[in-house]
Design a protein around this ligand. Structure first.
Ligand SMILES: C[S@@+](CC[C@H](N)C(=O)[O-])C[C@H]1O[C@@H](n2cnc3c(N)ncnc32)[C@H](O)[C@@H]1O
Length: 409
């Protein structure tokens, strides 16, 4: 990242007339969790810009004097903007009118991270190369321009392209369709592992429901996708599997998780969907039990009970599951898992995740599905559940059922 290879990146923050004063007084920029994935990628020395949305002014140029972090000053903006970075000003702040037009021209949004030519283009708006100094000008007034000029030279000279900074936005709807298994410049799990999870499912869950350093657990973590995503996004993580394929995965049966009650901030599970995939030779692999039998759901219910025990009150469990159609028989695995989960948790939402990269998604199978009148699986369910607090669940049990008299014949 920028600390190591000298590559500077540029980041955009926003404020309003209500919040601007605090940004300048504290020399601190802050934002909500929705932009957390951008903020945690800021490194000391990166360049920052501040857009006042009320006045359409763009302030620059600032330099990060800390890495981007969660809660540097918890009392700032009454705790509303906990993703923060400490800044200083290059000389003194320069205010540019028509921020919207400038940002549109260089195609910069809140999820954009600028580097190289694009960053120079934005710096040009503050200090064009052909700016002529007035010899009568106070040298202090020239200072910010000199510093910006030096920054531009530094960026031009640096031949490193730097890491590929991809910050996927947080999904807004209940339909998720990811074209690739991974994201960013490093592998997330192993895309050759049978039933590997799309990394952006986990990315979206942890950015919606946790903050950096929270503990995330995956009791059936396969090739370790959850571990890799959590490390990149700065969460604590523990990954277990009945048959580990990497040294950082702990061998364990998900029906008994070696963690204390109420100790985990989020759980993600992409469980077997039946016995259609061979994961390993371990006799306790639940993926050896057919989802056409009740035993499959009974065993997974034991996993659900364990998840409920280790999860902190009010925290989230995300369970990915798909239906099955085998030999002319449809099994609604998703609804059955949902039903069992509801015995322990309160439903938050259900996401429809498009299935991509399926071995059955070929011309031959598409043709068969049409000719023999069946459907290939096109989506999975991501069931999002919350562990309710004791108080809440007592409240919800107060529901008064209406008892209807049986009609006597
Ligand atoms: C769909 S895969 C998980 C894929 C994983 N999320 C990834 O991205 O690679 C299901 C996993 O459940 C594991 N599993 C099956 N039975 C288990 C059990 N009783 N306890 C723990 N893990 C189990 C399998 O070994 C398999 O790796």
């Amino acid at each position: 990242m920028s600390d190591f290879d000298g590559t500077k990146h540029g980041f955009l923050f926003a404020c309003t007339n209500k919040t601007e004063k605090e940004c300048f007084e504290r020399l601190l920029f802050g934002t909500e969790r929705a932009y957390g994935p951008v903020v945690i990628r800021i490194k000391k020395g990166d360049l920052l810009f501040l857009n006042n949305l009320s006045t359409n002014v763009l302030y620059g140029v600032f330099r990060a004097v800390s890495d981007g972090k969660y809660n540097i000053q918890p009392d700032s903006w009454s705790g509303k903007y906990p993703y923060q970075v400490k800044v200083d000003v290059l000389g003194k702040p320069i205010a540019l009118e028509n921020a919207k037009i400038i940002l549109k021209k260089i195609d910069m949004g809140r999820y954009t991270i600028l580097s190289g030519k694009k960053l120079i283009e934005l710096l040009d708006c503050f200090m064009p190369d052909n700016l002529l100094f007035n010899t009568t000008q106070n040298p202090n007034d020239r200072e910010p321009f000199r510093i910006i000029m030096a920054e531009k030279d530094g960026i031009r000279k640096n031949k490193n392209v730097g890491p590929i900074f991809e910050v996927p936005p947080i999904e807004a709807t209940t339909f998720w369709d990811f074209l690739r298994q991974g994201y960013g410049s490093t592998n997330k799990g192993n895309n050759k592992y049978p039933g590997v999870t799309p990394a952006l499912i986990i990315y979206n869950l942890i950015w919606r429901y946790t903050d950096p350093e929270d503990l995330v657990v995956d009791p059936m973590c396969g090739s370790g996708t959850t571990i890799d995503v959590c490390k990149e996004e700065m969460r604590e993580v523990k990954g277990y599997d009945i048959s580990p394929v990497r040294s950082d995965i702990i061998q364990n049966d998900a029906r008994k998780i070696p963690l204390e009650n109420n100790s985990v901030d989020m759980i993600f599970i992409d469980s077997p969907y039946g016995d259609n995939v061979k994961y390993n030779d371990h006799p306790e692999d639940i993926g050896k039990i057919s989802s056409e039998t009740e035993k499959f759901y009974d065993e997974l219910e034991k996993v659900m009970q364990e998840c409920h025990r280790i999860l902190k009150e009010g925290k989230i469990l995300g369970w990915l599951i798909g239906d099955q159609w085998v030999k002319n028989k449809f099994t609604h695995v998703g609804f059955k898992i949902y039903d069992r989960l509801c015995r322990y948790f309160e439903p938050v939402d259900i996401i429809c995740v498009a299935r991509r990269g399926q071995s059955s998604h070929t011309g031959l199978w598409f043709n068969r599905a049409r000719r023999f009148n069946f459907y290939l699986r096109g989506f999975k369910y991501l069931i999002i559940m919350r562990k309710t607090s004791e108080k809440e669940s007592r409240k919800s049990r107060k529901v008064e059922w209406t008892n209807y008299e049986r009609v006597k014949k």
